[in-house]
Every structure is written in structure tokens, then in C-alpha cells.
Write a protein that binds this ligand. Structure first.
Ligand code: AQP
Length: 334
């Protein structure tokens, strides 16, 4: 059976884009693959985090994955820092990846902003750690949103470079599995920016834990334009906010965007937003409630993560041990 690895950062405020772009796909793939899902806390500290808030955010991310439909009995769910092989393999890969490859990564440019010299080194080498996350399990498939495509390509480059540096076909070249629908959900305040947990404006996103009133209010206040909905997708090329709401409606209702446009063509955004709010409350409401229930039982979530980490380590430890032998490190004799 093919093996999936994917991760989610515990950076608080799990949002609709995380659900539609990642978690929902994980849940749909879980019966066809051996699945390893990771709350990537080592990645989260590439930007400053409050230690107390991060513990809660780690539980929230795990709760979001489980409430979003991933079965912790059959899939491995754990937090990254409990499995030391991730960081160890990342160091080996730091000595394989080239500066020029990392210089091309757009996520670093976006997250570091103008003050690149002030950014943490960890933010720069983030994709190298991500390659280690995937390859520590020799995962073959990585379901991610569109924004992560470049990092998965880098992971393939690192795997290939390692194999050729050491003359051994050791790591597989994993494939990014990007679902076309909802590959990129945009901010409700700016249709050119992706919806993100760390956006300072809470009105830019629908949090997975938002209740019905908050969901309806955020959709009502979402930026749009004064024109009615057109009857073809092409006419939305210059209207990113309008297109984003159509994309969200289509994803939540499991329809394609064109059929949503055809259904609402000629109608105003007031009416469309009301239907979208009802749909979002109906689909996201039960998931948010289950998340709240799990987050109210931190011991239950911590135990699930501990058990997941033990199972994850059983896979990663021998793979990373062998990688170290390939590199030429002396291992313990006793
Ligand atoms: N807006 C989005 N549309 C589609 N997919 C998305 N993902 C995130 N935002 C969207 C997908 O969610 C998975 C987990 O992402 P992550 O938490 O590891 O980091 P991220 O992509 O950086 O997500 P955020 O919300 O923007 O987090 P912050 O603000 O902390 O950086 C990934 O598969 C991602 O593609």
C-alpha cells in the first residue's frame, strides 16, 4: 500500500483553507493509503510562538484533523517534536540541499517580508525539514494545498540528490497530491492573498471553531463588488473576491464552480452570501463542535498524540538509521 505523509502547523486558528485544502482530502484518502499525519510543531517555531499558546494550538490542530474526519485508530497522528528523526534527517538534508534551491522558495520570501536579514535561519531551511518529514517515512504521496507544491518539488530534488551523492536508490521521489477543488482558498478581505491562520484580521478567515453567528457575520462582511454574479467563470477573472466565494461554495457543496455560477447567475451578492452562510454553518458547524469537545479533553488528545508518536517512530527510526549508515556515520556497536 502506498504511504501518505502530510502535516499541519500548530499556529492557532485552524481555518477553512486548512480544512478544504488539506484535512478533508486526508479524510477522503485514508482508506486507500497508509496515512501519517503530523502536527508540525518544529515548523511552527520558525516564527515566534508563545510556548503556552503553542501547546493549546498543537491540541487544536490534532482536534481539527480528527474532527475533520481522520480516524486516529487507523491513521498515525502525532506531533513532530516527539519523533527526533525529523530533525536528525533534516540535518543530513541541509548538507545535500543547495542555497540556490532555497533562494527560489516563494513562501520564505512571503513570510520573511522585507526584513530578510532579521528572519530566523529555520524559516529559510523550513522546506528542508519538510523534506525530512516526508522522507523519514519514505512516503510516496503528499496531499497538500497548491501553496505547498514548490516545497514538494524541492523534496524530490533533495531525495534525488541524496540518492545520487551516495550512489544508492534509497529515498523515493514523492508526488504532491493536489486536489483541484479548493486548492487555494483566499482571504475574505483580499482575494489575492491566501486564507491563513496567522493573518492578523480574524475577518479574513473562517476558523474551524467559529460558531454559526461568527460564520454568518464573516461571510456577510466578506469583501465583494457591487456587480451581480455573472453566468460564466471567465467573467470572474478580474473579480478575485467574488471568485473566492464561488470557490468556497463549490467546495462546501461538492459541486464544480461553473454549476454554482449557473445556479446564481444574475443574482446579487446579498442573496448569494446568505445561501453561502447557511451552507457553511451546515457543513462546518458539526466539525467545529467536535473540535471544541476534543479541545475540552486535553488528556485524551495528548494520549492520542503519544500513541501516534510511538507508531511513527517505529517507521522512521530504521529508515533514518540506514540513511546515517549510507552517509558513513559510525553507529553504536553494543
Ligand atoms: N488558504 C488555503 N487554501 C488551501 N489550502 C490551504 N492550506 C493552508 N491554507 C490554505 C493547506 O493546509 C495545510 C496545512 O498548512 P499549514 O498549517 O502547515 O501551513 P500553511 O500552508 O502556511 O497554512 P496557514 O494557515 O497559512 O498557516 P500560517 O498562517 O501559520 O502560515 C497545507 O497542506 C496547506 O497547503
Amino acid at each position: 500500500m502506498k504511504r501518505i505523509f502530510s502535516g499541519i502547523q500548530p499556529s492557532g486558528n485552524l481555518q477553512l483553507g486548512n480544512y478544504l485544502g488539506a484535512i478533508r482530502n486526508w479524510a477522503q484518502m485514508q482508506n486507500d493509503y497508509e496515512c501519517i499525519f503530523c502536527v508540525v510543531d518544529l515548523h511552527a517555531i520558525t516564527l515566534p510562538q508563545d510556548p503556552l499558546e503553542m501547546r493549546d494550538a498543537t491540541r487544536e490542530a490534532a482536534a481539527g484533523v480528527i474532527a475533520g474526519g481522520v480516524n486516529p485508530e487507523t491513521c498515525i497522528i502525532f506531533n513532530q517534536s516527539q519523533v527526533p528523526e525529523h530533525a536528525e534527517l533534516a540535518w543530513l538534508f541541509n548538507c545535500v540541499a543547495r542555497l540556490g534551491w532555497l533562494n527560489r522558495m516563494t513562501q520564505f520570501k512571503e513570510k520573511a517580508g522585507k526584513d530578510r536579514d532579521g528572519a530566523f535561519v529555520g524559516l529559510y531551511t523550513y522546506p528542508v525539514l519538510q523534506a525530512a518529514d516526508i522522507l523519514a517515512y519514505k512516503a510516496t504521496d503528499v496531499p497538500v494545498g497548491e501553496d505547498q507544491k514548490q516545497h514538494i518539488e524541492l523534496c524530490r530534488d533533495i531525495a534525488q540528490a541524496f540518492n545520487s551523492m551516495y550512489g544508492k536508490d534509497f529515498f523515493p521521489l514523492p508526488e504532491a497530491r493536489i486536489q483541484k477543488a479548493a486548492a487555494r482558498i483566499m482571504s475574505l478581505r483580499d482575494g489575492t492573498k491566501k486564507m491563513s491562520k496567522s493573518d492578523p484580521s480574524d475577518y479574513s478567515r473562517i476558523n474551524m471553531t467559529d460558531g454559526p453567528d461568527a460564520i454568518a457575520q464573516k461571510i456577510r462582511k466578506a469583501k465583494t463588488d457591487p456587480y451581480p454574479l455573472p453566468d460564466s467563470l471567465r467573467e470572474l477573472d478580474e473579480r478575485p473576491e467574488a471568485l473566492n466565494l464561488i470557490t468556497i461554495f463549490a467546495a462546501l457543496s461538492n459541486k464544480d464552480e461553473q454549476s454554482v455560477i449557473s445556479e446564481f447567475a444574475g443574482r446579487g451578492f446579498g442573496e448569494f452570501k446568505k445561501c453561502l452562510a447557511d451552507l457553511a454553518v451546515e457543513t462546518m458547524g458539526p466539525i467545529g463542535e467536535e473540535m471544541q469537545r476534543l479541545m475540552a479533553c486535553p488528556e485524551e488528545v495528548d494520549t492520542l498524540l503519544n500513541v501516534g508518536a510511538i507508531k511513527a517512530r517505529e517507521i522512521a527510526e530504521p529508515i533514518v538509521k540506514e540513511a546515517k549508515e549510507i552517509v558513513g556515520f559510525l553507529g553504536p556497536r553494543i
